[in-house]
Ligand binder design. Structure first.
Ligand SMILES: Nc1nc2c(ncn2[C@@H]2O[C@H](COP(=O)(O)OP(=O)(O)O)[C@@H](O)[C@H]2O)c(=O)[nH]1
Ligand SMILES: [Mg+2]
Length: 323
């Protein structure tokens, strides 16, 4: 594990606040790699955060998330807003197509200081991915990005956790991609504030829209918001203005209903729980309990040689977390 020296940390804080791309990159790497000093860095950046709007963009691989994020970013840039992009798409860095897409996107924005793009490694996090992403978003917030777009694949608990830290969440669907509305995990459906049917240049869009309307019509949300459906052609930028308007409307709805603060509090409460869980787990692992030891305990418990509670009590004691 690398180390983040205090001197470097101090200059990083300054660099990030100036919006310097190199400092932002270094800070996010320190967070990703869990370098000693990374928590401290986030602590020092924290008072300079709280202004960015976090937009989560989720959907199955290939639905056009990257393309849409790209278009949204261009639109916000045209309005003079500074934009940060975090791509947490595990298919992104490893598959040729997506990588190419990301490269093109990088080049397009390479000369623009007002935009910063980062993809997050998605392996070896033991559930810490949501935390790393949340902290990366804080870095971009401290760097003065007014919008932080977070692209994530809409599967798995990690992704749901990531999406939960956004102020507003967009779910992309595409007609005929097998992501039939009924088959969608309830969790993902509930999480989306705005639905996008992308690739509207292809057939089946109307049908998917009416199916979606039926499903959405079945339930009502506690916050009184009726999630709109926006049709887009991300590759051409069609519908992107409507999407931006829908995001605005949602934020205004929250404001009017007096819910913005409440949502923020709920999010921090959730993040506190995540942090406690994560740090306790890290402490236990640092005390030498790895996957092998866990497997050994699991065997003992399965054979009824031990019970799970005494094992956990022992682990917490080993980590110095219990008497
Ligand atoms: N026809 C059509 N193709 C699209 C549209 N949006 C994205 N694509 C294509 O779909 C593929 C996947 O897009 P990408 O943005 O990488 O999807 P992601 O995996 O969700 O990030 C790429 O080849 C895009 O060019 C669209 O609106 N219409
Ligand atoms: Mg992508």
């Amino acid at each position: 594990m690398k180390n983040l020296p205090a001197v470097e940390a101090a200059s990083l804080v300054e660099g990030v606040r100036q919006g310097e791309a190199r400092a932002i990159a270094r800070a996010i790497s320190a967070i990703e790699n869990r370098e000693p000093g990374a928590d401290r860095l986030v602590q020092e950046l924290f008072p300079h955060t709280g202004r960015a709007l976090l937009v989560g963009i989720t959907g199955a691989p290939g639905t056009g998330k990257s393309s849409l994020v790209n278009r949204l970013a261009l639109r916000y840039r045209a309005e003079g807003k500074r934009v940060g992009i975090i791509a947490v798409d595990p298919t992104s860095p490893f598959t040729g197509g997506a990588l190419l897409g990301d490269r093109i996107r990088m080049q397009q924005h390479a000369t623009d200081d007002g935009i910063y793009i980062r993809s997050m490694a998605t392996r070896g996090f033991l559930g810490g991915l949501a935390r790393a992403t949340a902290d990366a978003a804080l870095v971009l917030d401290a760097a003065g990005k007014e919008l932080v777009l977070i692209e994530t694949v809409g599967v798995g608990q990690d992704e749901v956790d990531i999406v939960r830290l956004a102020d507003v969440t967009v779910l992309l669907l595409v007609a005929g991609m097998g992501d039939d509305v009924q088959s969608f995990k309830a969790g993902v459906m509930e999480i989306a504030d705005v639905f996008v049917i992308n690739k509207a240049d292809r057939g089946g869009t109307e049908r998917l829209e009416s199916e979606l309307k039926v499903v959405l019509g079945l339930g009502s949300r506690g916050d009184g918001w009726r999630p709109p459906i926006v049709k887009t052609v991300a590759t051409e930028g069609t519908g992107v203005a409507e999407l931006a308007a829908a995001l605005d409307e949602y934020m205004q709805h929250l404001e009017k209903a007096g819910l913005r603060e409440q949502k923020r509090l709920e999010r921090w409460q959730q993040r506190l729980l995540d942090l406690i869980r994560q740090q306790a787990l890290e402490r236990v692992m640092k005390a030498g309990v790895g996957l092998e030891e866990l497997a050994r305990y699991a065997r003992q418990i399965a054979r009824r040689e031990r019970d799970p509670y005494s094992v956990v009590a022992e682990l917490l004691r080993t980590a110095g977390l219990a008497e």
